[in-house]
Write a protein that binds this ligand. Sequence first.
Ligand SMILES: Nc1ncnc2c1ncn2[C@@H]1O[C@H](COP(=O)(O)OP(=O)(O)OP(=O)(O)O)[C@@H](O)[C@H]1O
Length: 967
Amino acid sequence: MNSEIGNGHEEKVIGGVQKKSGNTHRKSLKDSLDGELRGFLTDEGQLHTYDDLTKVNPVTPTTVLKCLQARYRAQVFYTHAGCTLVALNPFQPIPGLYSQDVMKQYHCAPQPQESKPHIFIVAEEAYRNVQGQVDPVNQSQVVSGESGAGKTWTSRCLMRYYATVAASSSLMKSQNTVERIERRVLDSNPIMEAFGNACTLRNSNSSRFGRYIQLQLDRSQLLVGASVQTYLLEKTRVASQPTNERNFHIFYQMTKGASGDQRKDWKMLHDQTFAWLPNAEKTLEEDCFDETVEAMVHLGLDAEKQGHIFRILAGLLHLGNITFCSATDESQPCDFEEHSEDFVHNCASLLGVPGQELQTYLRVQTLRAGKQSVLFRPCSLADCSVRRDCLAKVVYAQLFEWLVAFINNSMCAKKSTWCNFIGLLDVYGFECFQVNSLEQLCINYANEKLQQHFVAHYLKAQQEEYISEGLEWSFVQYQDNQGCLDLIEGTPTGVFSLLNEECRLNRASDAKQFRTRLETELSDHGSVSWDKFSTLPHFTVAHYAGKVSYQIEGMMEKNKDPVPPELISLVQKSQNPQLHQMFADRQAEDQGTRGLRQVVTVVSKFKNSLECLMKILHSTTPHYIRCIKPNAECRPLTFKKEEVILQLEACGIVETIHISAAGFPIRIPYWSFIQRYGLMSNLTGVSQGPGENGLAADGTDALAPAVTAVLNAALRSHPLDSSDDVASDRGSALVHCGRTKVFLTNSMLELLEEHRTRARSQRAFTIQCCWHRHQQRRRLARRRAAVLIQAVVRSWLVRRGVLSWNQAATVIQRSWRKWRALMNTLAEAELDDAEDLPEEEELDPILRATGSVQLQSLSEPVMVHGWPMGLALASAPTITVYMTATGFQKVMSALVCLSAHHFRSGEYQVETNQFKQGVASIRALPRGSIRLHYQRSPLLYADRCPEHNRDRVTGLNQILLEGTGVG
Ligand SMILES: Nc1ncnc2c1ncn2[C@@H]1O[C@H](COP(=O)(O)OP(=O)(O)OP(=O)(O)O)[C@@H](O)[C@H]1O
């Protein structure tokens, strides 16, 4: 990246004009602090990270410039400067900087201003202001800067942003309308640029007109329409182009992009050259005919209308090739040069006007003598050229105006459908050339007006507010340009008034005479000066951005902008419907206005339209975007400090920075302050609305003590110095309490915010504790209630269970008793038949004691309880059974066991004599053998083994067998 610093001449002379770059700027650039201290205050390595120029430390033009340069080097092109956005032109497309995703990102951000500085922040801020309906709801964005700084580019980006944002938030129903309007708004750009832009020395796509675009939004902030207002088209360019510059793009587009048929129609041969198309060999990306035609189609300009328009333009090109030569007889009109005959003919044919009349009126002036008689006076050679140029200028200007009206018709919504608007003002920046004339005076006057608006909005408003709030603060002196404005627009002794007066006097204009008049009338004005030694009459105006010297010669003629009436009548006869329509309207207009005031001069027209614009601006919330051209050669990524600082001063950024940084940029009404920060000193009880609290006797808001308490609390939170308060030195440097507002520096605001965050987190903690306690209590109470309910239910269930068990037990007992009684009876009856059992004393005492049956195998005795005895028997080869039949159940068990084993075959031997019958009695014989007497038992169920599959030893049997070692 290149970086060039100027050599700091006392006075920089640009185009014969003294720019305010001398002492001031050199001082600005050298007002740097001592190197070590500067290094301590500002980390130069981090300069590119500063998003706001008012935050660099210390805020001087030098550091600001360095910051901008560092950011530019890091390819960061947008930086805030207080309420203004500074946009540096990269002079090369930056991928992804304006993509749809980036637009959506800014649109959806909760706090867009906290994102990286971007043109979309300004766009979104304006859009949200409309959404929030904060007064004044309508918004305007003033994009300014010198030629080539990027104003048109920025306006295009803003338009694309709104088209996207409005479309993205639209409902399906309105999608078509939004797309249609959005498309049309965007399509108006290529047309306006083709007809209104040209390649100049300073910018290859320079807008030669100013424009104010109004984007109309409905209640839901959808884009429903748009309108364009244009200012001061540089129509002289049609007929005369400054050296090395070009005509309007549309002419080159036509000659380069026309088809064979079109060329034929427009009478343009391939090798045809046109005097009004200099530098035609230069090919620019703006020479894109197809794009213009496509946009025309989208906007509703059909092929027929386009044909008429292009024929008019081609006619003008042929007109430019007409040249004159003096007639041999001086009383006769000038002659056409030889080659011009064809061009006159072509021109007449393309414009659809009678060829003969065109030839006449280009060279002859008609003078009315009374109502009837008309005199013809041949024009001088110079006048002939002037008349030719006049015709071209008036036709082109009228065509441009018609196009703008057509675009407006196709985009503008009905007044009933929109309620708010966002306006984009793209105006030419401050201009000063070698030779400056009426155009520059008008342009610089417009810039003065806008600067005043800026000053009124920001700088002046700040100062006035400080004063009205009783704030004692040494202000940075800003340049009030009211003096300069009075010089230009003042009545009756302003430049414009005197110029108009001169034009209305029906006499030949004399520059020297007018200069003397100006000098006499304006001698008291401090903003005008005269170079007594200059040969050319001129006057020098001290504009806010520097001194500009205006040449008086030709100014009056330009102001009158006379159009020979015979030429107007000629085009009114045109067979070209477009041309005819354009001038039919003009006639009505001219007649009406001329009736009221003899001459409507250029400056009075311009002044009126500017006043309307200023009225609109004053009724809206303004946003400022200052485009900066980092180098005059339009080289990518080249930053020239000297050129940038001039522009920063010219657009008032330096003043903005000073005021923002030195003063108290934040001001909050007392009531709002208490609302936000009252919690820091437990002032939450303050509930009055704004203004309800009234003012104290000295005009101070009655909330002042409360505010002071909050501020003191914040100031005393300083870890090192807790004795600070509002009145202390540190306090008064950070904050000031006005009559109704608190004025804060950024650092005080940060301190307050920090304090507030802490206070809020303390409150949040307390609330959380209370809430947890409350939750805990509720949980405990619920648990207790649940336990109680469970206890009651369980006891009820137990009671119910016990009751049913009791009943069941009673039933079982009863049944059991009944059954036992029955068994007893049966057993008794059975045992009555049995033979005598051995005496009790003969039994083994063990058997008697245990009540068990002992099965004596040959190897070892086996004790068997209950029915598994059968198995034991089965596994013993020879068995001797001793039984103590102390109970009937035991006997029955033995019976069951013994009855079971007979189903097993072969492995053991049991002596039975009644195999198929049940055991009727058991006898233990003295020799150790057992004798079983079977008979059918009435207790059939007792024979049954619980195991159905008697062949297998499973379950308890298995366990028992294992336990006893059987098997
Ligand atoms: N943000 C940008 N990114 C890339 N290139 C840019 C940007 N802004 C401007 N340019 C380049 O700078 C050129 C000049 O910009 P633009 O035409 O917008 O200037 P201007 O201020 O409107 O000039 P004028 O007053 O002469 O119309 C553009 O053609 C474009 O090439």
